[in-house]
Design a protein around this ligand. Structure first.
Ligand code: ATP
Ligand code: MG
Length: 416
Protein backbone atom coordinates (compact mmCIF):
# COMPACT_ATOMS: atom_id res chain seq x y z
CA UNK A 1 0.00 0.00 0.00
CA UNK A 2 1.29 3.47 -0.84
CA UNK A 3 0.87 5.49 2.35
CA UNK A 4 1.51 8.78 0.52
CA UNK A 5 -1.68 8.68 -1.51
CA UNK A 6 -3.77 10.17 1.26
CA UNK A 7 -1.42 12.95 2.33
CA UNK A 8 -2.92 16.44 2.28
CA UNK A 9 -0.92 19.70 2.39
CA UNK A 10 -2.48 21.70 5.20
CA UNK A 11 -0.79 24.75 6.74
CA UNK A 12 -1.04 24.45 10.52
CA UNK A 13 -3.56 26.58 12.37
CA UNK A 14 -1.29 27.94 15.04
CA UNK A 15 -2.63 28.17 18.60
CA UNK A 16 -3.06 31.74 19.76
CA UNK A 17 -2.87 33.17 16.24
CA UNK A 18 -5.39 35.59 14.78
CA UNK A 19 -6.59 36.37 11.26
CA UNK A 20 -6.26 39.76 9.52
CA UNK A 21 -9.45 40.97 11.24
CA UNK A 22 -8.10 40.04 14.67
CA UNK A 23 -10.38 37.01 15.03
CA UNK A 24 -8.55 34.39 17.17
CA UNK A 25 -7.91 30.95 15.70
CA UNK A 26 -11.13 28.99 16.23
CA UNK A 27 -11.81 25.26 15.98
CA UNK A 28 -15.33 23.92 15.47
CA UNK A 29 -17.09 20.71 16.37
CA UNK A 30 -20.35 19.25 15.12
CA UNK A 31 -22.20 17.79 18.08
CA UNK A 32 -22.35 19.01 21.65
CA UNK A 33 -22.10 15.84 23.75
CA UNK A 34 -19.42 14.92 26.28
CA UNK A 35 -16.89 14.07 23.58
CA UNK A 36 -17.34 17.55 22.14
CA UNK A 37 -17.01 19.03 25.62
CA UNK A 38 -13.67 17.32 26.26
CA UNK A 39 -12.50 18.33 22.76
CA UNK A 40 -13.42 21.94 23.59
CA UNK A 41 -11.51 21.76 26.88
CA UNK A 42 -8.40 20.46 25.09
CA UNK A 43 -8.62 23.10 22.34
CA UNK A 44 -9.12 25.93 24.83
CA UNK A 45 -6.15 24.79 26.90
CA UNK A 46 -4.00 25.32 23.81
CA UNK A 47 -5.44 28.80 23.35
CA UNK A 48 -7.95 28.19 20.58
CA UNK A 49 -11.44 29.64 20.57
CA UNK A 50 -14.13 27.01 19.99
CA UNK A 51 -17.51 26.80 18.30
CA UNK A 52 -20.05 24.00 18.79
CA UNK A 53 -23.06 23.28 16.61
CA UNK A 54 -25.79 21.42 18.50
CA UNK A 55 -29.53 22.10 18.65
CA UNK A 56 -29.72 21.51 22.42
CA UNK A 57 -29.43 24.72 24.46
CA UNK A 58 -28.01 22.68 27.38
CA UNK A 59 -25.59 20.51 25.42
CA UNK A 60 -22.48 19.60 27.47
CA UNK A 61 -20.07 21.06 24.88
CA UNK A 62 -22.22 24.06 24.01
CA UNK A 63 -22.18 25.18 27.64
CA UNK A 64 -18.38 25.43 27.77
CA UNK A 65 -17.64 26.72 24.25
CA UNK A 66 -16.97 30.32 23.19
CA UNK A 67 -19.69 29.97 20.53
CA UNK A 68 -22.71 27.69 20.55
CA UNK A 69 -24.76 27.60 17.35
CA UNK A 70 -28.14 26.13 18.26
CA UNK A 71 -29.46 24.73 15.00
CA UNK A 72 -30.10 21.31 13.49
CA UNK A 73 -26.98 19.59 12.12
CA UNK A 74 -28.22 20.02 8.56
CA UNK A 75 -29.40 23.62 8.88
CA UNK A 76 -27.69 25.57 6.05
CA UNK A 77 -27.54 28.84 8.03
CA UNK A 78 -26.07 27.07 11.10
CA UNK A 79 -23.44 25.30 8.99
CA UNK A 80 -22.58 28.56 7.22
CA UNK A 81 -22.13 30.31 10.57
CA UNK A 82 -19.88 27.47 11.81
CA UNK A 83 -17.73 27.67 8.68
CA UNK A 84 -17.53 31.44 8.97
CA UNK A 85 -16.36 31.29 12.60
CA UNK A 86 -13.87 28.40 12.34
CA UNK A 87 -10.59 27.67 10.60
CA UNK A 88 -11.20 23.89 10.78
CA UNK A 89 -14.03 21.64 11.92
CA UNK A 90 -14.34 18.19 13.51
CA UNK A 91 -17.21 15.98 14.64
CA UNK A 92 -17.81 14.22 17.93
CA UNK A 93 -20.75 12.14 16.83
CA UNK A 94 -20.73 9.66 13.95
CA UNK A 95 -24.43 9.95 13.27
CA UNK A 96 -24.13 13.57 12.20
CA UNK A 97 -25.35 13.76 8.58
CA UNK A 98 -22.36 13.07 6.31
CA UNK A 99 -23.86 15.74 4.01
CA UNK A 100 -23.24 18.37 6.71
CA UNK A 101 -19.53 17.47 6.76
CA UNK A 102 -19.47 17.60 2.96
CA UNK A 103 -21.00 21.07 2.97
CA UNK A 104 -18.46 22.33 5.52
CA UNK A 105 -15.59 20.73 3.58
CA UNK A 106 -16.38 22.95 0.59
CA UNK A 107 -14.87 25.89 2.45
CA UNK A 108 -12.95 24.52 5.46
CA UNK A 109 -10.65 21.62 6.40
CA UNK A 110 -12.89 18.97 8.01
CA UNK A 111 -11.49 15.97 9.88
CA UNK A 112 -12.51 13.22 9.94
CA UNK A 113 -13.93 13.63 6.45
CA UNK A 114 -17.46 12.94 5.25
CA UNK A 115 -16.44 9.82 3.29
CA UNK A 116 -14.89 7.99 6.26
CA UNK A 117 -17.64 9.08 8.64
CA UNK A 118 -20.12 7.75 6.04
CA UNK A 119 -18.37 4.36 6.12
CA UNK A 120 -18.39 4.21 9.94
CA UNK A 121 -22.09 5.17 9.98
CA UNK A 122 -23.07 2.07 8.08
CA UNK A 123 -22.16 -1.40 9.33
CA UNK A 124 -22.45 -2.82 5.79
CA UNK A 125 -19.85 -0.39 4.43
CA UNK A 126 -17.75 -0.69 7.56
CA UNK A 127 -17.52 -4.47 7.28
CA UNK A 128 -16.77 -4.18 3.55
CA UNK A 129 -13.88 -1.87 4.46
CA UNK A 130 -12.55 -4.25 7.13
CA UNK A 131 -12.75 -7.08 4.61
CA UNK A 132 -11.02 -5.01 1.91
CA UNK A 133 -8.05 -4.28 4.17
CA UNK A 134 -7.89 -7.65 5.97
CA UNK A 135 -4.71 -8.51 4.06
CA UNK A 136 -2.87 -5.50 5.51
CA UNK A 137 -4.56 -5.36 8.92
CA UNK A 138 -4.28 -9.11 9.50
CA UNK A 139 -7.76 -9.27 11.10
CA UNK A 140 -11.22 -10.13 9.77
CA UNK A 141 -14.67 -9.33 11.10
CA UNK A 142 -17.13 -11.90 12.44
CA UNK A 143 -18.80 -14.05 9.72
CA UNK A 144 -21.86 -12.10 8.56
CA UNK A 145 -24.48 -11.61 5.88
CA UNK A 146 -26.20 -8.45 4.66
CA UNK A 147 -30.00 -8.41 4.94
CA UNK A 148 -31.59 -5.48 3.12
CA UNK A 149 -34.42 -7.26 1.30
CA UNK A 150 -36.89 -10.07 1.95
CA UNK A 151 -35.10 -12.14 -0.68
CA UNK A 152 -31.81 -11.76 1.18
CA UNK A 153 -33.55 -12.69 4.44
CA UNK A 154 -34.89 -15.86 2.86
CA UNK A 155 -31.53 -16.74 1.32
CA UNK A 156 -29.88 -16.40 4.74
CA UNK A 157 -32.65 -18.44 6.40
CA UNK A 158 -32.07 -21.26 3.92
CA UNK A 159 -28.34 -21.13 3.27
CA UNK A 160 -26.52 -19.56 6.24
CA UNK A 161 -27.24 -21.81 9.21
CA UNK A 162 -23.56 -21.21 10.10
CA UNK A 163 -24.53 -17.68 11.27
CA UNK A 164 -26.91 -18.95 13.96
CA UNK A 165 -27.08 -18.27 16.80
CA UNK A 166 -26.34 -14.71 15.75
CA UNK A 167 -27.01 -11.04 16.33
CA UNK A 168 -29.11 -9.05 13.89
CA UNK A 169 -27.85 -5.45 13.89
CA UNK A 170 -29.29 -2.47 12.04
CA UNK A 171 -26.79 -1.09 9.55
CA UNK A 172 -27.32 2.46 10.77
CA UNK A 173 -27.76 4.38 14.04
CA UNK A 174 -26.82 1.57 16.44
CA UNK A 175 -24.99 2.43 19.65
CA UNK A 176 -24.76 1.02 23.18
CA UNK A 177 -26.31 -2.22 21.93
CA UNK A 178 -29.41 -0.46 20.55
CA UNK A 179 -30.82 -1.73 17.23
CA UNK A 180 -29.66 -5.30 17.96
CA UNK A 181 -31.58 -8.51 18.44
CA UNK A 182 -30.10 -11.88 19.36
CA UNK A 183 -31.54 -14.75 17.33
CA UNK A 184 -31.17 -18.52 17.57
CA UNK A 185 -33.31 -19.87 14.72
CA UNK A 186 -34.37 -18.94 11.18
CA UNK A 187 -37.86 -18.18 12.58
CA UNK A 188 -36.49 -15.83 15.23
CA UNK A 189 -34.41 -14.13 12.54
CA UNK A 190 -37.51 -13.29 10.48
CA UNK A 191 -39.32 -12.00 13.58
CA UNK A 192 -36.29 -9.90 14.58
CA UNK A 193 -36.01 -8.36 11.12
CA UNK A 194 -39.71 -7.42 11.31
CA UNK A 195 -39.15 -6.00 14.81
CA UNK A 196 -36.37 -3.81 13.39
CA UNK A 197 -38.83 -2.53 10.79
CA UNK A 198 -37.28 -4.38 7.83
CA UNK A 199 -34.37 -1.92 7.96
CA UNK A 200 -31.03 -2.67 6.29
CA UNK A 201 -29.23 -5.03 8.68
CA UNK A 202 -26.33 -7.40 9.08
CA UNK A 203 -26.65 -10.79 10.69
CA UNK A 204 -23.47 -11.57 12.56
CA UNK A 205 -22.49 -14.93 13.96
CA UNK A 206 -22.44 -14.94 17.77
CA UNK A 207 -18.83 -15.52 18.74
CA UNK A 208 -17.49 -16.95 22.02
CA UNK A 209 -15.84 -13.78 23.31
CA UNK A 210 -13.20 -14.05 25.99
CA UNK A 211 -12.51 -10.31 26.04
CA UNK A 212 -13.07 -7.03 24.18
CA UNK A 213 -10.55 -4.31 23.52
CA UNK A 214 -10.17 -1.12 21.54
CA UNK A 215 -7.30 0.86 20.07
CA UNK A 216 -7.05 4.62 19.57
CA UNK A 217 -5.08 5.85 16.59
CA UNK A 218 -4.45 9.44 15.53
CA UNK A 219 -3.39 10.29 11.99
CA UNK A 220 -2.45 13.72 10.68
CA UNK A 221 -3.07 15.41 7.33
CA UNK A 222 0.57 14.59 6.49
CA UNK A 223 0.09 10.87 7.13
CA UNK A 224 1.87 10.82 10.50
CA UNK A 225 0.36 8.15 12.77
CA UNK A 226 0.56 7.65 16.54
CA UNK A 227 -1.39 5.23 18.71
CA UNK A 228 -2.16 4.15 22.25
CA UNK A 229 -1.78 0.61 23.57
CA UNK A 230 -5.07 -1.33 23.50
CA UNK A 231 -7.45 -0.96 26.42
CA UNK A 232 -9.58 -3.89 27.59
CA UNK A 233 -13.28 -3.09 27.88
CA UNK A 234 -16.08 -4.66 29.90
CA UNK A 235 -19.65 -4.03 28.77
CA UNK A 236 -22.74 -4.49 30.91
CA UNK A 237 -26.05 -4.69 29.03
CA UNK A 238 -24.40 -3.46 25.83
CA UNK A 239 -22.91 -0.32 27.48
CA UNK A 240 -19.26 0.18 28.33
CA UNK A 241 -18.87 -0.16 32.11
CA UNK A 242 -15.15 -0.60 32.83
CA UNK A 243 -11.94 0.04 30.88
CA UNK A 244 -8.67 -1.55 31.98
CA UNK A 245 -5.65 0.42 30.76
CA UNK A 246 -2.34 -0.96 31.94
CA UNK A 247 0.39 -3.27 30.81
CA UNK A 248 -0.71 -6.87 31.09
CA UNK A 249 -4.40 -6.06 30.54
CA UNK A 250 -4.32 -8.57 27.68
CA UNK A 251 -1.82 -11.05 26.21
CA UNK A 252 1.10 -9.02 24.78
CA UNK A 253 1.05 -10.73 21.37
CA UNK A 254 -2.64 -9.87 20.91
CA UNK A 255 -2.02 -6.29 22.06
CA UNK A 256 0.64 -5.82 19.37
CA UNK A 257 -1.59 -7.31 16.70
CA UNK A 258 -4.56 -5.13 17.69
CA UNK A 259 -2.48 -1.98 17.60
CA UNK A 260 -0.93 -2.82 14.22
CA UNK A 261 -4.36 -3.68 12.81
CA UNK A 262 -5.91 -0.39 13.97
CA UNK A 263 -3.06 1.61 12.43
CA UNK A 264 -3.43 -0.30 9.14
CA UNK A 265 -7.19 0.34 9.12
CA UNK A 266 -6.70 4.09 9.70
CA UNK A 267 -4.04 4.33 7.02
CA UNK A 268 -6.09 2.38 4.51
CA UNK A 269 -8.93 4.86 5.04
CA UNK A 270 -6.66 7.90 4.62
CA UNK A 271 -8.16 8.89 7.95
CA UNK A 272 -7.40 12.26 9.57
CA UNK A 273 -8.08 12.66 13.29
CA UNK A 274 -8.61 10.19 16.14
CA UNK A 275 -10.10 6.81 15.23
CA UNK A 276 -11.14 4.11 17.69
CA UNK A 277 -11.20 0.51 16.46
CA UNK A 278 -13.02 -2.08 18.59
CA UNK A 279 -11.96 -5.73 18.64
CA UNK A 280 -13.23 -9.00 20.04
CA UNK A 281 -10.91 -11.62 21.48
CA UNK A 282 -12.44 -14.96 20.53
CA UNK A 283 -11.76 -18.39 21.96
CA UNK A 284 -10.40 -20.33 18.98
CA UNK A 285 -9.16 -23.27 20.99
CA UNK A 286 -5.54 -22.12 20.69
CA UNK A 287 -5.33 -21.00 24.30
CA UNK A 288 -4.37 -17.37 23.62
CA UNK A 289 -7.40 -16.30 21.58
CA UNK A 290 -7.90 -14.82 18.11
CA UNK A 291 -8.56 -11.20 17.24
CA UNK A 292 -11.70 -10.17 15.33
CA UNK A 293 -12.43 -6.56 14.36
CA UNK A 294 -15.90 -5.41 15.45
CA UNK A 295 -16.46 -1.78 14.52
CA UNK A 296 -14.85 1.65 14.46
CA UNK A 297 -15.79 5.06 15.80
CA UNK A 298 -14.58 8.05 13.77
CA UNK A 299 -13.80 10.13 16.86
CA UNK A 300 -12.37 9.92 20.37
CA UNK A 301 -14.06 7.14 22.31
CA UNK A 302 -15.45 6.43 25.77
CA UNK A 303 -12.82 3.70 26.21
CA UNK A 304 -10.09 6.34 25.72
CA UNK A 305 -11.18 8.69 28.51
CA UNK A 306 -8.46 7.31 30.79
CA UNK A 307 -5.89 9.05 28.54
CA UNK A 308 -6.91 12.38 30.12
CA UNK A 309 -5.47 11.37 33.49
CA UNK A 310 -3.08 8.49 32.80
CA UNK A 311 -1.18 9.74 29.72
CA UNK A 312 0.94 12.78 28.90
CA UNK A 313 -1.20 13.45 25.80
CA UNK A 314 -4.93 12.63 25.75
CA UNK A 315 -7.10 11.40 22.88
CA UNK A 316 -8.69 14.87 22.83
CA UNK A 317 -5.30 16.62 22.63
CA UNK A 318 -4.49 14.43 19.63
CA UNK A 319 -7.83 15.24 17.99
CA UNK A 320 -7.04 18.96 18.34
CA UNK A 321 -3.48 18.49 17.04
CA UNK A 322 -4.64 16.41 14.08
CA UNK A 323 -7.40 18.84 13.11
CA UNK A 324 -5.17 21.90 13.40
CA UNK A 325 -2.30 20.32 11.47
CA UNK A 326 0.05 20.36 14.48
CA UNK A 327 2.63 17.60 15.07
CA UNK A 328 1.30 14.45 16.74
CA UNK A 329 3.40 13.53 19.78
CA UNK A 330 3.58 9.80 20.51
CA UNK A 331 1.58 9.49 23.75
CA UNK A 332 3.14 7.95 26.83
CA UNK A 333 1.07 6.38 29.59
CA UNK A 334 2.57 7.34 32.94
CA UNK A 335 0.19 5.47 35.28
CA UNK A 336 -1.87 2.30 35.17
CA UNK A 337 -5.57 3.20 35.07
CA UNK A 338 -9.09 1.87 35.36
CA UNK A 339 -12.02 3.89 34.04
CA UNK A 340 -15.51 3.44 35.47
CA UNK A 341 -18.45 4.84 33.54
CA UNK A 342 -21.03 6.77 35.55
CA UNK A 343 -24.50 6.19 34.13
CA UNK A 344 -27.73 7.85 35.25
CA UNK A 345 -28.48 5.00 37.67
CA UNK A 346 -25.84 6.43 40.03
CA UNK A 347 -28.19 9.40 40.65
CA UNK A 348 -31.38 7.31 40.94
CA UNK A 349 -32.57 5.39 43.99
CA UNK A 350 -34.54 2.13 43.80
CA UNK A 351 -37.75 4.09 43.12
CA UNK A 352 -36.29 6.16 40.32
CA UNK A 353 -36.07 9.24 42.56
CA UNK A 354 -33.03 11.47 42.34
CA UNK A 355 -30.33 10.98 44.97
CA UNK A 356 -26.94 12.63 45.37
CA UNK A 357 -24.13 10.08 45.30
CA UNK A 358 -21.63 10.11 48.18
CA UNK A 359 -18.96 12.01 46.23
CA UNK A 360 -16.90 12.96 49.28
CA UNK A 361 -16.39 9.26 50.06
CA UNK A 362 -15.35 8.61 46.45
CA UNK A 363 -13.10 11.66 46.18
CA UNK A 364 -11.34 10.68 49.39
CA UNK A 365 -9.95 7.63 47.58
CA UNK A 366 -6.39 8.16 46.29
CA UNK A 367 -5.86 8.60 42.56
CA UNK A 368 -9.52 9.25 41.76
CA UNK A 369 -10.21 11.65 38.88
CA UNK A 370 -13.86 12.58 38.52
CA UNK A 371 -15.36 13.89 35.30
CA UNK A 372 -19.01 14.94 35.08
CA UNK A 373 -20.40 16.11 31.76
CA UNK A 374 -22.79 18.78 33.03
CA UNK A 375 -25.96 16.92 31.99
CA UNK A 376 -28.94 18.23 33.88
CA UNK A 377 -31.13 15.15 33.87
CA UNK A 378 -30.06 11.70 35.04
CA UNK A 379 -31.72 8.86 33.14
CA UNK A 380 -31.02 5.13 33.34
CA UNK A 381 -28.31 4.23 30.82
CA UNK A 382 -27.38 7.86 30.14
CA UNK A 383 -23.65 8.58 30.25
CA UNK A 384 -23.32 11.29 32.91
CA UNK A 385 -19.61 11.11 33.64
CA UNK A 386 -16.73 8.80 34.40
CA UNK A 387 -14.13 8.13 37.07
CA UNK A 388 -10.55 7.32 36.22
CA UNK A 389 -8.45 5.75 38.92
CA UNK A 390 -4.69 6.00 38.58
CA UNK A 391 -2.01 4.77 40.95
CA UNK A 392 1.54 3.54 41.31
CA UNK A 393 0.73 -0.07 40.37
CA UNK A 394 -2.08 -2.19 38.96
CA UNK A 395 -2.94 -3.84 42.29
CA UNK A 396 -3.58 -0.53 44.08
CA UNK A 397 -5.56 0.84 41.11
CA UNK A 398 -7.79 -2.25 41.21
CA UNK A 399 -8.32 -1.95 44.96
CA UNK A 400 -9.39 1.69 44.70
CA UNK A 401 -11.58 1.01 41.64
CA UNK A 402 -13.37 -1.79 43.48
CA UNK A 403 -13.98 0.48 46.45
CA UNK A 404 -15.33 3.28 44.23
CA UNK A 405 -17.57 0.85 42.33
CA UNK A 406 -18.86 -0.50 45.65
CA UNK A 407 -19.59 2.99 47.03
CA UNK A 408 -21.51 3.93 43.89
CA UNK A 409 -23.15 0.54 43.42
CA UNK A 410 -21.76 0.33 39.87
CA UNK A 411 -22.33 -2.63 37.57
CA UNK A 412 -19.27 -4.59 36.53
CA UNK A 413 -17.90 -4.68 40.08
CA UNK A 414 -17.04 -8.35 39.60
CA UNK A 415 -14.98 -7.47 36.55
CA UNK A 416 -12.42 -5.25 38.23
P1 ATP B 1 -21.19 0.75 20.67
O1 ATP B 1 -21.81 1.41 21.87
O2 ATP B 1 -19.81 0.22 20.93
O3 ATP B 1 -21.28 1.57 19.43
P2 ATP B 1 -22.96 -0.98 19.32
O4 ATP B 1 -24.36 -0.79 19.74
O5 ATP B 1 -22.52 -0.33 18.07
O6 ATP B 1 -22.03 -0.57 20.48
P3 ATP B 1 -21.58 -3.53 19.02
O7 ATP B 1 -20.28 -2.99 19.50
O8 ATP B 1 -21.61 -4.10 17.66
O9 ATP B 1 -22.79 -2.51 19.17
O10 ATP B 1 -22.10 -4.64 20.05
C1 ATP B 1 -22.33 -4.35 21.43
C2 ATP B 1 -21.78 -5.49 22.28
O11 ATP B 1 -22.47 -6.73 21.97
C3 ATP B 1 -20.32 -5.81 22.01
O12 ATP B 1 -19.48 -4.94 22.74
C4 ATP B 1 -20.25 -7.26 22.44
O13 ATP B 1 -20.20 -7.36 23.86
C5 ATP B 1 -21.58 -7.83 22.00
N1 ATP B 1 -21.48 -8.40 20.63
C6 ATP B 1 -21.65 -7.73 19.48
N2 ATP B 1 -21.46 -8.52 18.40
C7 ATP B 1 -21.15 -9.74 18.88
C8 ATP B 1 -20.84 -11.00 18.26
N3 ATP B 1 -20.81 -11.14 16.93
N4 ATP B 1 -20.59 -12.06 19.07
C9 ATP B 1 -20.63 -11.91 20.43
N5 ATP B 1 -20.92 -10.76 21.09
C10 ATP B 1 -21.16 -9.67 20.33
MG1 MG C 1 -19.32 -1.41 20.02
Amino acid sequence: MNEDIHVVAMPPILPGSADAAGQPATLGVLGGGQLGRMFVHAAQRLGYCTAVLDPDAHSPAGRVSHYHIQTAYDDPAGLAQLAQLCQAISTEFENVPAQALQTLALTRPVAPGAAVVGIAQNRIEEKAHFTACADVSGVSCAPYAVIETRAQLQAVQVGRADLLPGILKTARMGYDGKGQVRVRTAGELAAAWAELGGAACVLEKMLPLTAECSVLVARGWDGQVVSFAPQRNVHVEGILAVTHAYEGNMPPALAIRARDAAVAIAQHLGYVGVLCVEFFVVDDGSGHGALVVNEMAPRPHNSGHYTLDACDVSQFDLQVHALAGLPLPQPRQHSPAIMLNLLGEVWLDGNGQRQEPDWPAVLRLPGTHMHLYGKLQARAGRKMGHLTITGPDVASVKTVAQRAAFLLDLPGLNNI
